[in-house]
Design a protein around this ligand. Sequence first.
Ligand code: ZN
Length: 217
Amino acid sequence: MEYNSYDYGAFFFVGLILVIIVVAGITSSGQERKKVEKLSQPNSRLKLKDKEMSSLLKELSGWINNCKKCSGNQYYIEEANSLQFSLRCSHCNSKKTLKTNEAFHKIEVLESIVSCFNEIIAIMNRDKIIQDYILNIDFNKRNAPINKYVDSLENKYFSYKRLKKSIKYGQDISQLRVFSEGSKLDEALKRLETKKVDGLETKRGKNDLFKPFGSCS
Ligand SMILES: [Zn+2]
């Protein structure tokens, strides 16, 4: 069999494409490895923020009691803004609302959680972490370095759904889990009771002060 110059040209072209695909593959996996190395350093901002989120969620636990309906102690954050959180019991789906400005106390940690979450998403978007994670899932590379890294974080920040021809994904605060512990609520209640007692005493003191002189005979 003889090849004419047209065939050689075709071989060359196919070869070139193959080389480009292989080189692109090596470069992208090299880039991914470099990215993961950077992200894994102890002072990596994403790692630090993830740890911060864990401690903020722990603080939030103090403001939540067990579910009234089923006594469950695990919730997810269904909706959140800096003024209000909607929590859902993971067990029975009962809803609970927490406000930054409750009647007798402030739950400032709500605002901190929202801004920490936003910062984490900003880092993930900037470094294309979510996109790469999803791309690897799509190519069945669940053990790729970036996926292992994301799975090693203490909290989850995004979700994905496989559709017929694509994967839908995005940031998702409801991936955060929070346990009820209630100690901060107890403290606030105690403070409120002491205040009430103090208030009564002050009132009595004032009454004493305004007792008219010489009223006793
Ligand atoms: Zn429940």
